[in-house]
Design a protein around this ligand. Sequence first.
Ligand code: BG6
Length: 477
Amino acid sequence: MTNKPTSAFPDDFLWGAATAAYQVEGGHDADGKGPSIWDIYSHLPGTTHAGTNGDVAADHYHRFKEDVALMAEAGLTSYRFSISWPRLLPQGRGTVNQAGIQFYSDLIDELLKHNIKPMITLYHWDLPQALQDIGGWESRVTVEAFEEYAKLCYQAFGDRVELWSTFNETLIFIGMGYFTATHPPGISDPKRGLQACHHVFVAHAKAVQAFRQYQQFGTVPSNGQIGFVNVMQPHDPISDSSEDVAACNMADDLLTHWLYDPVLKGEYPTHILNLAQATWGAPVFAEEDEMLLKDNICDFIGVNYYKREWIAANPDVENTKINTTGEKGSGQEFGFKGLFKFVRNPNSTYTDWDWEIYPEGLCVGMMRLKERYGDIPFYITENGLGAKDPIIDGEIVDQPRIEYLSSHIAAAESAIKQGVDVRGYYPWSFIDLLSWLNGYQKQYGFVYVDRDNHLNRRRKKSFFWYQDVIKSNGAVR
Ligand code: BG6
């Protein structure tokens, strides 16, 4: 008798994969969908790599059955996807596009038919343009509209979906949308960014509150859970000088605690709130905000882990240009003058996009969060390697991706062994899709999309590897 390899992953651990609507669906104006800010922004000259956009993407909107069949073949037990708000509400609020509801309803049914548990993200950055036109996240009208949209989703899909998250990565859509001006709405103004970010937290709290009410009415499952998804980017000082350590603490406060505290503690870190309000006069609170945040802590945290950042003191650099070409070293030093900068560690390993490969960071990051926020359940809602995959004799031999994911699964297992309540793992991405600023050249998927040949799907080497990982509950990797 041979002993089967075992792992520390619990039996009900979810082995998933993730995507987001704008990056995978295409069908940008199909069947009554309204335009999102990304539909508009990506068509402006000079905004994305080589003018790429998500008009067609992987055409998942029309091919979702084929894609779900592939998920089932891979053995996924869960699938994380986002809903396109303007597909349901073309104007952001008001008239509902029934064809949009039908699409997600059919997708959910197809997943359940194959025993794949849906995990819905309500907002993965594609705000209806109509709401941007009246101020976007800077306006409280958008907060109200988000609550209505969330309720619509609970009513339409709550009978079949247990796992929900409100927002994906405030760090990126607020940071790049309002600080570095590299995502829509392309603004660089800390005061406006801090206020927009605050409204996102208030919208989140209102959606959590509505979820709990709907749980009482039975509209969403009583065992349903609602969470928030954040970038998890552990920071380490590049030296032990007091300047670098102070800069690293500042990076933690601004890029981690500012974004996790409001959803896990119901308040901002006081010293940073005081600093922000004294320096920029923002965020301004409405009367109800403090209690709303306090009363609506989420059920779980989703962490998207790709890399760690090494931090140094930064007396001089004011630059936010990143590598969007995949040519190693093409990004410049990224920093906010007077606060901190991200620096390269010459002894470490980096991807072609200059992202450090540091699997232990997945474990370290969750341990640090557990220390600050206690025993919250975790889902690893994204993790993956962006690369130009080699095609050898017609096969997509994405060996570096296998190595990347394998070492990160080991780190997740190590976190579980150290007492972190990790409940699921969703590599980014199930299928090759649009990378917001890097186009289609930066691939992440288990499934290749042949852009020269009718968007045909082909299984990569990693597809078969992940199948074995799932079959063995993470023991074979
Ligand atoms: C996360 C996002 O920031 O990282 C995804 O949630 C994104 O939407 C992923 O695609 C990878 O980033 P990039 O820039 O390499 O596509």
